[in-house]
Design a protein around this ligand. Sequence first.
Ligand code: EPZ
Length: 433
Amino acid sequence: MDKYVINGGRKLYGEVEISGAKNAAVAIIPAALMVDGVCRIENIPQISDTDMLLTILSEMGAKVRMLNRTTVEIDCTSVRKDGAPFELMRKIRASYYLIGAMLGRFGSAKTTMPGGCNFGVRPIDQHIKGMTALGAHVEVKGGFVCADCPEQGLTGAKIYLDKVSVGATMNIMLAATTAKGKTTIENAAREPHIVDLANFLNSMGADVRGAGTDTIKIYGVPKLKSGSYSIIPDQIEAGTYMAAVAAAGGEVTIKNVIPKHLDCISAKLREMGVEIEEYADSVVVRRNGKLQRANVKTQPYPGFPTDMQPQISTVLCMAEGTSVVTEGVWDNRYKYISELKKMGAEVQVDGKTAVIEGVPMLTGAPVVACDLRAGAAVVIAGLAASGTTVVEDVVYIERGYENLVGKLTAIGADIVCVSEPDDPGISDTPAIV
Ligand code: EPZ
């Protein structure tokens, strides 16, 4: 298993380029399944989540051709609905998007229950509610999700999501693009990646309106056609580098971002004493003084993103005073705190709330990446800490961050990836977000 070895205490200087958004890419790639033709997708992040999804499509009969490092052509003309590699699906959270895509293309779908990071139960009842409202018969049995359309296919419906759900919003959007009539999704999630999926679908001839608001209308079309699209920059990857500079200190230009998507993160970091300058497609992050305490409540977009909660909490561990972090989306997203405590962090967790007493300096230690963003958090801690931090289980991190070691090294971090022979006792690679 690979691990990172970080010698901390070095300020960060230079430029880092943000890759395409993971949580947009993992919905857009399955959407290509809906076309019996070629789709061209640019700015795909080079991460194992996207590799895995491209492998799943090709195992189902798609022709997948990488035109360059970040551009792929996917031809799903000869995709078979029953070719799905279940053992791969089980490893990917986003395999649930194959339900909506397969229903829209074939009128039936069989996938595994999605995997997912270990931060609490991650139900899919809202996905099922949406597909059922469109007329599909959905059954969850033996770890599989089976969905079938009636003879006449799917029919548009009005769907009110009981919980703001990114996955359910995008999954229903996928299935509704070729349903007969109009579908309205109310209480929809508003994340930037939802707008990205809608834009891609519309490039394929779909008629999706209102993405980015809490009410999305989809007017069904008989068939989708080949589309092409370039994925937006990753809001959370950008936020992670912003948090790294805040923690370690220094001045870094973060390029290829959409500053508007970072508003909440920038506002919170400014509150903590970090300087942020915004330009058309970049932000400059500077921190030389002391970090100030702050309170954080994570909520659906445009609130403070839950996927930035571990990273911002890590920065707060070195801020003067007491900070309170409230996790508003997931039941239990504090597993990483036990790793930070090994480095000297002083945090008390009670349910969805973490009370953080800032300390002047963390100390390097051997830690593990509990999940994708937890892994990012301990890397940030290692960059800021005195001494050496060794991060195990980096396989989680490398599923959501393209070339993290290379990008951090380029801005002055002392971080290397060390490969060690797998321990025969370790089970296969863990499920992911
Ligand atoms: C997506 O997960 C992201 N993953 C997550 O990012 C992110 O944390 C989450 O959205 C929220 O922004 C991907 O896009 C692959 P949800 P998803 O459905 O779709 C409840 C990362 O770090 N819920 O928006 O699974 C759920 O329990 C990952 O990149 C239901 O109750 O999240 C949670 O409390 C981690 N029933 C809330 O809604 C459902 O049917 C939000 O979940 C679905 C969700």
